[in-house]
Design a protein around this ligand. Sequence first.
Ligand code: SF4
Length: 234
Amino acid sequence: MSDIKDVNPAEDGARGLSRRQFMGGIGALGALGVIGGAVAQVFLLPDEVIAYPVSGGFLLVDQKKCSGCSTCMAACAIAHHGAANHSLSRIQITQNPFKAFPYDIDPVQCWQCDECVQACPTGAMHVDPETGVRTVDQLRCIGCLRCVAACPRAVSAVQWSEEGHASQKCDLCLDTPYMDDEGGIDGRRACESVCPMRAIKFTTDLPEQTEDGYSPNLRTENWASFGYVADIEG
Ligand code: SF4
């Protein structure tokens, strides 16, 4: 039977390693590797299921409302990097012209699950203790890209930042002001604020989960007020 441990890796000595500690550890692990599988056990904690706090907020994107204009991507990149470069955006909207509506648009926003946090060997990818948001301490990132690979989205919601030489992901604008407003759970998020279709919504409620994550229906009375057909029952 596995132990269930309520852990925040950022505060957990076993995984909350600095970049230097990790690189030092690699040398030791090389020696351990000679004698068998102890290496992986140090970081992967195979006998424990680690339970992380639920995020204090989630972004919902309704692909039936999204027009694929990518304004959200530009806003995200400008807010975090000061440049309207889609490659820097932490929300990715991809379009496939060979698919029929609404599957032609695939919005990839972070689901705030914990796969990337679990995959990170240094504690760089961690759960913010105040908000529960999954975020990155870029000074601890060693560039192993395990978090990028671990993301369950088809296009990873964790990206490698050439600029920061570290992984980056959506943190709901925790440390990123939008105009004169604070970001984060109690503030404004850039992508949500600019979406002309109101296809992005922030919620503090855990979205209904399926095997494929969550796919919201935002076609409510508010949607009808724009003159579109609403799907109130959905
Ligand atoms: S701004 Fe809104 S409509 Fe445009 S791509 Fe982003 S989510 Fe879709």
